[in-house]
Write a protein that binds this ligand. Sequence first.
Ligand SMILES: O=P(O)(O)OC[C@H]1O[C@](O)(COP(=O)(O)O)[C@@H](O)[C@@H]1O
Length: 334
Amino acid sequence: MTAKQTHHVPHEYRVTGRNLGLDLARVTEAAAIASARWTGRGDKNAADGAAVEAMRKAFDTVAINGTVTIGEGEMDEAPMLYIGEKVGCGGPDMDIAVDPLEGTNLCARSLPNAITVVALAQKGCFLHAPDIYMQKIAVGPGLPEGVVDIDASIGQNLASLAQAKKCDVSDLTLCALERERHNELVAKAREAGARVRLLSDGDVAAVIATCLPGSGVDIYAGSGGAPEGVLAAAAIRCMNGQMQGRLLFENEEQIARTRSMIRPDLDPTQALSLTDMAAGPVFFCATGVTTGDLLRGIEYPSSNYIRTHSVMMRSESGTIRYMETYHLLDPHAA
Ligand SMILES: O=P(O)(O)OC[C@H]1O[C@](O)(COP(=O)(O)O)[C@@H](O)[C@@H]1O
């Protein structure tokens, strides 16, 4: 950490900063344990509802004065963790971004990569992204700044990435959601010589995979949820990767509404940098529900324990911590 970075972090934040990762892990663990009861039961709404309720309750013990910036929707459409809802038991003012169950279908169908996610930043630092699509492009750490560009063709981006990685385009793997809207992207990437890994759901974990050595993913591209884009941006900040986004509007009304929600200096239609989406010191935490590239899922090693696997990241220090936790089912039974 440089002296300059430390200087800009308010004292209050630094005092609480050290322990927030663990507090956030308790929040994502609670949501993962609750939703895992619904793994493979074909009911994505029940799985999501269980995650939301458990996450909401777990936030009551976190020492922050949090405001949900990325949540389950507007106040009138979400009973809990709605945008603008206050969470935490008091402390520094923070922006909260949540996806209580990222990959509701993955959980319902017992497929890999369902996770529970929370990110946290200082007040005003997360993009107030509406619930629309966002075009995204991401690569891992250690590459020249601007190696990929959201406005360039996928062929150009793959060529530039291959050059930076000193390999051939045929050595690269692009990851994208398997959607009809991505048919052209996939065809062009294959035409350029790259491999394509298609996912049924869960682009937060997929964007993060670009930063994980051994995941085999070199680049993520395509469109997915804008709220998921902000969460992924928080993780990419912590992992020193690169990511750009662009909100994909369907009409003028969406643009006007977004303009009223975001920083006045941002044009809602512009390409968004990582810090346009997640600025300042950020925390990111996720717990696995079903086993995937990023995390193992919920496990039941014995009749009285549940085992969770979480990752906690912090942009300020660059720390990435993996945590395995045994939760005694009934601590008062003995
Ligand atoms: O399924 P769509 O409409 O293409 O949306 C893509 C979005 O849905 C997801 O795959 C899963 O989202 P949910 O967990 O809300 O079902 C996200 O990871 C992704 O950003």
